[in-house]
Design a protein around this ligand. Structure first.
Ligand SMILES: [Zn+2]
Length: 248
């Protein structure tokens, strides 16, 4: 994880220092997903940045024309550019990342020494990550618990954090994120069971609209295999007990 975040910082600097000309890109070391260890930008991402930047120039102009927003204030200087980089390199680079998530989980270990009838429930502290609501593009803070009952594969537990942190970087409903994540885990690891529990604090409810209590959150869960098999709720109960020790 540590190594990954250093890379991330370096590459952000690289982009900010470069002219972002189309000939500048080299290739991406992490598939073609910018923001995650890329060493250059493919033209389609440069184009996206320019389009988002142009749209934000229009948004600021509209606020100037309607409310008289002082867009010559130095604080707005380069704001459209900053937002465009943030959207392309950080907030939206999990769009259509299912295959990349599977690849991250693909580096598993054989579950050696496990007895065939062992039903080991594996989980960790929740990943604390940030996403966007698809209706307002407002921030959502998620605490996400993932767990599984291994069959033939173990996974380095940090892989779950990486997958979760990538997958949530997109405007997607909490319900769809929850079931999408559990499907990726179940399909890639083929465990005896998998489970994902998500607690979400939605700024579109807290800062606007209903202006709900900031402590009010939405909880969703999705289960596959033994966790969802009728008559096997002990696995879910055990998982919930483990989660309660880490803040659920
Ligand atoms: Zn919303």
């Amino acid at each position: 994880m540590e190594e990954q975040s250093d890379l991330f910082e370096d590459k952000i600097n690289f982009v900010q220092d470069s002219e972002l000309e189309e000939g500048d890109y080299v290739n991406n070391v992490f598939e073609d997903r910018p923001g995650l260890g890329f060493v250059g930008l493919k033209p389609k991402y440069i184009t996206a940045m320019r389009q988002i930047e142009a749209a934000w120039v229009q948004i600021l102009n509209a606020l100037h024309d309607s409310y008289g927003l002082d867009i010559n204030d130095p604080n707005f200087h380069e704001t459209p550019k900053r937002i465009s980089r943030m959207m392309v390199l950080e907030r939206c680079n999990g769009i259509n990342s299912e295959n990349l998530c599977r690849k991250i989980l693909g580096k598993s270990f054989p579950a050696m020494g496990e007895r065939e009838d062992d039903q080991l429930v594996v989980t960790t502290n929740p990943a604390i990550v940030y996403s966007l609501c698809p209706h307002h593009f407002e921030n959502v803070e998620y605490h996400i618990w993932t767990g599984y009952i291994p069959k033939e594969k173990f996974i380095g537990i940090s892989k779950f954090s990486r997958v979760v942190d990538l997958y949530v970087r997109q405007p997607k409903l909490q319900e769809s994120l929850t079931s999408g994540l559990v499907d990726i885990i179940q399909e890639e690891l083929d465990p005896k069971g998998s489970i994902v529990i998500v607690k979400g604090w939605h700024d579109c409810m807290i800062c606007r609209g209903a202006k709900s209590n900031p402590k009010q959150c939405m909880i969703t869960s999705a289960m596959r295999g033994l966790f969802s098999t009728p008559g096997q709720h002990t696995f879910k109960e055990e998982f919930m007990q483990l989660c309660k020790q880490t803040g659920l």
